[in-house]
Design a protein around this ligand. Sequence first.
Ligand SMILES: NC(=O)c1ccc[n+]([C@@H]2O[C@H](COP(=O)([O-])OP(=O)(O)OC[C@H]3O[C@@H](n4cnc5c(N)ncnc54)[C@H](O)[C@@H]3O)[C@@H](O)[C@H]2O)c1
Ligand SMILES: O=C(O)[C@H](O)COP(=O)(O)O
Length: 592
Amino acid sequence: MAASCSMNNLMFSPSNPTLSWNFSLPTTSIPPFRKANKRFAVFATFMSTKPTVLVTEKLGEPGLELLRNFANVDCSYNLSPEELCTKISLCDALIVRSGTKVSREVFESSGGRLKVIGRAGVGIDNVDLSAATEHGCLVVNAPTANTIAAAEHGIALLTAVARSIAQADASVKAGQWQRSKYVGVSLVGKTLAVMGFGKVGSEVARRAKGLGMQVISHDPYAPADRARAIGVELVSFDEAISTADFISLHMPLTPATLRMFNDEAFSKMKKGVRIVNVARGGVIDEEALIRALDSGIVAQAALDVFTEEPPAKDSKLVLHEQVTATPHLGASTMEAQEGVAIEIAEAVVGALKGELAATAVNAPMVPAEVLSELAPFVALAEKLGRLAVQLVAGGSGVKTVKVTYASARSPDDLDTRLLQAMIIKGIIEPISSVFVNLVNADFTAKQRGLRITEERIVLDGSPENPLESIQVQIANVESKFASAISDFGEITVEGRVKDGKPHLTKVGSFGVDVSLEGSLILCRQIDQPGIIGKVGSLLGEENINVNFMSVGRNAPRKQAVMTIGVDEEPSREALKRIGETPAIEEFVFLKL
Ligand SMILES: NC(=O)c1ccc[n+]([C@@H]2O[C@H](COP(=O)([O-])OP(=O)(O)OC[C@H]3O[C@@H](n4cnc5c(N)ncnc54)[C@H](O)[C@@H]3O)[C@@H](O)[C@H]2O)c1
Ligand SMILES: O=C(O)[C@H](O)COP(=O)(O)O
């Protein structure tokens, strides 16, 4: 329950409702003097002494200057993990880039003093977020200042692979003059598939259009009008990879994108395609890429990022003749590093002063009383958001979300900001590299063109419970599970809290009842005897534990929706067998 952990760590100060950060440390790690005063306001510590900020990787001078005006700054680069753990107990904040592993040991070694981690860039895969949260440490990043630099590096690599720049350079330096070996290909008129149409992807697309390329993009969650505005067509994954002469990767690394460029994907590509990756190494199955390069499917690849950084010295991929490699340089321009340094220094100083950080990645804030009452609904809200977005069919941009709260409380007596933030988190996180919390939810939703409207249904009865139900609807999209579309045309999921646990109680217009734990399989079937048993035994044969099962139907022997909670992720084969079960008309597997 990462969400509830993080919420416990940073809260509103009831005595200071102007949204200052109050660091409340988890009981397990609170030194004795703090246990007496659990609501420990961070700025109080610094009334008389300057905080210390440790910077472990090169940070632009303007950022360092900002930091020095407020804190003692210790720039110690290339620390070993042991040295970092030793130093950290003397520091209130730590600023890193992607090269410093901020592991659980770092937080444990800090003795509770470390309050803020600043990531001078976007990706925080090098920071152990759960450990940060458990230790009451706020993590902030700088998500926008290096977008252009990454896009420009993508374009640099695109032109490099078109003209074999790296290979030709190496050959000249080796004393050769091989003009006929390095005849390149032109970019003008060629098709570029931009995979992931977010901040970096859209800037790459804009620039490639300027080079005369035809640009298509695959991004299941990007609004088509934003793409259309710069002359880019959004297409399916298969269409993008099978029609492109060049493919440039710009999606985040998520469970869904992990190794999505694998043998199967490479086999669908045009022979001689050229691939650029300035996103994250993990989106490519690197062994499969070597096979595709060896077979000539991929003529060349330019890689700025790798599954392991730095890659092994004898890495077959890096040493491959048709691979151009750069050492994670996407964000490394003078301008981007200056921007990132200022952005992160401001965020860290602000957080140390107790101000709200718009780029906080692990810290929702709510009064403790409200939090404890809303906790199970918070989990429900996030899970409903996650379910709803996973029901969206690829190609439909998610733009309009309606949330309906049914409660016996008057609207003034129910603060839904946290719930709405958790719904936004549930919707955005599975499809993006952005981390959403109460602080940055509105900002993130607006940035992505996501419009959230809220409605209240005021029920009769006792207002003892804050809420009866939450309904999340996504409008103007198609669903990969048609039964999730309600009679009014929106993807609809509704849930309640039962015995303190979140339950899904409605999908489309079908009433269901399933505890939201593990993962879910939704099936639409013709209601008839034996189907539940068939699917149940099929899952049993695959050694998949069913934790809950419910069937919702509008009338006997007509269509019904079966909801199955499973502890393990079914294999492709198991899912295929479910789909082939007679009377099952459609099904979908959803991760919670
Ligand atoms: N090499 C570098 O130095 C460098 C610099 C900056 C960013 N990055 C990386 O670049 C990537 C993009 O960064 P950004 O700032 O543009 O992020 P972003 O969140 O703005 O954009 C990511 C986009 O990917 C889309 N997406 C999600 N799942 C997808 C899928 N399965 N298929 C296709 N698209 C999908 C999202 O809808 C979103 O539009 C991230 O991985 C980031 O870490 C690398
Ligand atoms: O996530 C990022 O911002 C980029 O990958 C850049 O990483 P860097 O700050 O280590 O250059």
